[in-house]
Design a protein around this ligand. Sequence first.
Ligand code: G6P
Ligand code: MN
Length: 445
Amino acid sequence: MRLTILGGGGFRVPLVYGALLADRGAGRVTEVVLHDLDAGRLSAITRVLAEQAAGVPDAPAVRAVTDLDEALRGADFVFSAIRVGGLEGRAADERVALAQDVLGQETVGAGGIAYGLRTVPVAVDIARRVARLAPGAWVINFTNPAGLVTEAMSRHLGDRVIGICDSPVGLGRRIARVLGADPREAWIDYVGLNHLGWVRGLRVGGRDELPRLLADPALLGSFEEGRLFGAEWLRTLGAIPNEYLHYYYFNREAVDAYQRAGQTRGAFLRDQQARFYEELGDPHAPALDAWNRTRAEREATYMAENREAAGAGEREEDDLSGGYEKVALALMRAVARDERTTLILNVRNRGTLPELDSDAVVEVPCLVDANGAHPVSTGPLPGHAAGLVRSVKAVEREVLAAAASGSRAVAVKAFALHPLVDSVNVARRLVEEYTRVHPGLAYLG
Ligand code: G6P
Ligand code: MN
């Protein structure tokens, strides 16, 4: 079985390969094709993978290519994990928004819109090529903003593209742990859009345990989201939001904290990863060693500014290892081997959330089998959540429309309608600045 990874020179690829090495079951991936536009990054990551595979019998073969069509032909699974504009682009997304006193963040608010506008045309091109060259392949989209990008691709690939994120499963696991429940046995009632969802219940043996958590300030203070949002607000909401909702509920504090921070997250990662790839410019440098060191440093600082500002504290070590690669591998196994499982994924709505149309990509629990990911029906969202979901989805639709038409006015509309952008004039200035700094936005005229 062949897996193609787009963005194959990316820093997180060894996490995926590590998960593949641990998979000994029948029907596992035997061949990995790495695609990247940057040959230097590809060769650095290829060396890391070779060191990971040393001594592992039957390690999946690795091939690196820079031609996209060649990478796609014959693929059974495609992981799309690209970053259009690189980390320099992410840093600019963050910086430009903060300069206008609105949230500058990778996937949320103005920063997320800029990233989406840059990424959608590239993702659509990939989707079209997959449809032509590997029509039977399953595409697992890691590329952020994951919900929006998955929706763009689904217009060409239908339900053969599935978006993933590590945050819902991580949140569910933390809540289960606090409640003394086995995360594998708990049913997590998580609903929303990517980076915009809420855990509304956690059922074990037919009983909802979430009320017990919401009633207990000590339990609420014992995990990350509990500290991030505060017991009182969580009790008022009656749900545990995804950590990204912090940017909505405590927007002013988040913007302040980011403005005060010396460096944005994107700028930090840009510099850190530049050092890593540079270090591996020396063909004798131990690659896995350098990667491990860089990774430890990256995770120690994960969203640190925001967490510290909010008193959320450190993330537990356990959670750092249960990320994207595990969700992706679980999904791939379920599809390839018909091992039925449930996972929280980004898929087309198909009637699951009545407040959105059928083609809107939502993030909900899905039953996964050889036929793909089937969203499970859920109860309706409370009014406040439905309102937010609908307005953010409306913004996503404007981003898709701007990318399809190249209309600058529609791009302004996307920014202006976002709940975290507080003036049409700010939206205009954001479009001015973003089109000035991002070559990938030249299509907006
Ligand atoms: C979480 C989110 C991802 C996001 C990442 C950012 O894992 O689910 O979608 O890309 O955080 O982490 P970073 O280390 O790049 O700031
Ligand atoms: Mn995510």
